[in-house]
Design a protein around this ligand. Structure first.
Ligand code: NAD
Length: 486
């Protein structure tokens, strides 16, 4: 091979503590969305690969659960140090395969590290309750025990952070964990797994496999997998929830979103516009917390849209790896075309485009500029369906009550924000809105690692949410002990 023929890197599975090139697996390209260049090739696991990985994980679980929690978290302390040392490499890898800006990628890596930091507190988080003399000479206390092999299936849009919503908590609780990240962005989770390996995680306690539906179905049906954590689109979340529950597994399935941003006439318009830009066009709209419907109330619309349009037209769209880029490309050509088709649909349905991102659609990579539609009505597809791209639909309403009714009419209930200087309006909105995460003068209401990620309605299937104390409950089984000594 000469210097100009550099072989494309082929990824492996991390299973039973070793990196394995899986025999007979088909490989698919991993593509840089800003350039269209092939970055690597990812193998897809078969049901047989999944079975071997889960069996290794189960064997590892049997001794890991007996390792004291104070020793288990030492692995995570070392992992955190390695993540800090490699944070920039992780962020650059993330931008290269996902397309988000390097600043966004750095922020995502930071959020991931915070998950590890919180999971390091597991000796306190796992404590049970205790009460002596619940009856004469009888004491009662609860303990939390790990449940076994847990699996995680994650989406393309947060390849560093979303897997870390899961495995640091699961592993610190004493479980073994098998991660199947999005096949579109396998490089960031691979780098994180290499660091976890260097941190000394025991063989089989953490495993990484790649693939698509066949691998996921094998995890859903494997008798040794006790719990499934899923994050992705609503149709797949619903399928995961139903299938895993029918197999008797514990399941948390986080789905898609259609988030509304309500702006009252008394809002601080300049700050509100900055928040809207970040929410609607940050990460090219590929966030489950992205603002997708803007709801100006009463007189707010005129001045708000003037300012918003001016700022949107000045957005710097380009390769996320270049410092100063404000919006990168969409993740794949197919996804870019799907989002562009929503712009066509909006125009067909009679919405008025104030700016149209489609002309940018000519670059090498999978670019689409920001689009804002005015005069959108609630029944239009662009008002109802998750687009997952830089398209903002404006629905004008007359009153706060009308805004709340509109938001609560959505099938989704992930997040919603209100912008106002009125405490009363904010309080009313927070109380009445049917969404699990509410922003008050905050455009992306993303809970920190020590709070739960709390979607509602069609945005979440299950009861215990991701990270925070919910993660500790999800990844442990409770036992109640009653004791009497004669
Ligand atoms: P996706 O549903 O297409 O894929 C998610 C995961 O499921 C991937 O690992 C994929 O391989 C697997 N998968 C896809 N189709 C499957 C099938 N038919 N059967 C079994 N497994 C399947 O989602 P995506 O496009 O990677 O991510 C974007 C979606 O994720 C958006 O809808 C977004 O709102 C959502 N999301 C939600 C949250 C949240 O916290 N609620 C966070 C991030 C992303």
């Amino acid at each position: 091979m000469n210097a100009s023929q550099v072989a494309t890197r082929e990824l492996s599975f991390y299973t039973g503590g070793t990196w394995e090139a899986p025999a007979g697996a088909p490989f698919h390209d991993v593509v840089n969305p800003a350039t269209g260049a092939v970055l690597a090739r990812v193998p897809y696991a078969s049901a047989a690969h999944v079975d071997a990985t889960v069996r290794n994980a189960h064997a590892a679980f049997l001794s890991w659960r007996e390792t004291p929690v104070v020793d288990r978290v030492q692995v995570l302390y070392r992992f955190k140090t390695l993540l800090e040392a490699h944070a920039e490499e992780l962020a650059q890898t993330l931008t290269s395969e996902n397309g988000k800006t390097i600043d966004d990628a750095r922020a995502e890596v930071r959020r991931g590290i915070q998950m590890v930091e919180v999971a390091c507190g597991m000796p306190s988080l796992m404590m049970g309750d205790s009460l002596n003399d619940v009856a004469r000479d009888i004491d009662c206390h609860t303990i939390r025990q790990p449940i076994g092999v847990c699996a995680g299936v994650t989406p393309f849009n947060f390849p560093a952070m979303v897997p870390m919503w899961m495995y640091p908590f699961a592993v610190a609780c004493g479980n073994a964990f098998v991660l199947k990240p999005s096949e579109k962005v396998p490089l960031t989770p691979t780098l994180a797994a290499e660091l976890l390996d260097r941190a000394g995680v025991p063989a089989g306690v953490f495993s990484l496999i790649h693939g698509g539906k066949e691998a996921v179905d094998a995890l859903l049906r494997h008798p040794l997998v006790r719990a499934i954590s899923f994050v992705g689109s609503t149709p797949v979340a619903r399928y995961i929830y139903k299938t895993a529950a029918a197999e008797g597994k514990r399941v948390q399935a986080l789905g898609g979103a259609k988030n509304h941003l309500v702006v009252m006439p008394d809002a601080d318009l300049r700050k509100t516009v900055e928040a809207i830009i970040g929410s609607a066009f940050g990460a090219a709209g590929e966030r489950c917390l992205a603002g997708s419907v803007l709801v100006p109330v009463g007189d707010a619309a005129g001045p708000l849209l003037d300012l918003l349009l001016e700022r949107t037209r000045g957005l710097r769209v380009g390769d996320g790896a270049s410092e100063g880029t404000e919006m990168g490309p969409l993740v794949t050509r197919e996804h870019r075309d799907r989002v562009a088709a929503y712009i066509d649909a909006g125009i067909d349905e009679g919405a008025v485009p104030l700016c149209d991102g489609r002309p940018l659609n000519t670059h090498e990579g999978f670019f689409l500029g920001p689009t804002i539609f005015d005069r959108v009505t609630p029944e239009m597809r662009i008002a109802r369906e998750e687009i997952f791209g830089p398209v903002l639909s404006v629905i004008r309403v007359r009153t706060l009550e009308e805004a709340i009714d509109l938001v609560n009419g959505s099938e989704f209930g992930n997040a919603s924000s209100i912008f106002t200087s009125s405490g009363k309006a904010a309080r009313t909105y927070a109380a009445k809105v049917e969404a699990g995460m509410v922003g008050i003068n905050v455009g992306v209401a993303a809970p920190m690692a020590f709070f739960p990620f709390a979607g509602w309605k069609g945005s979440f299937f299950g009861d215990l949410h991701a990270h925070g104390k919910d993660a500790v409950s999800f990844y442990t089984e409770q036992k109640v002990l009653m004791s009497r000594w004669f």
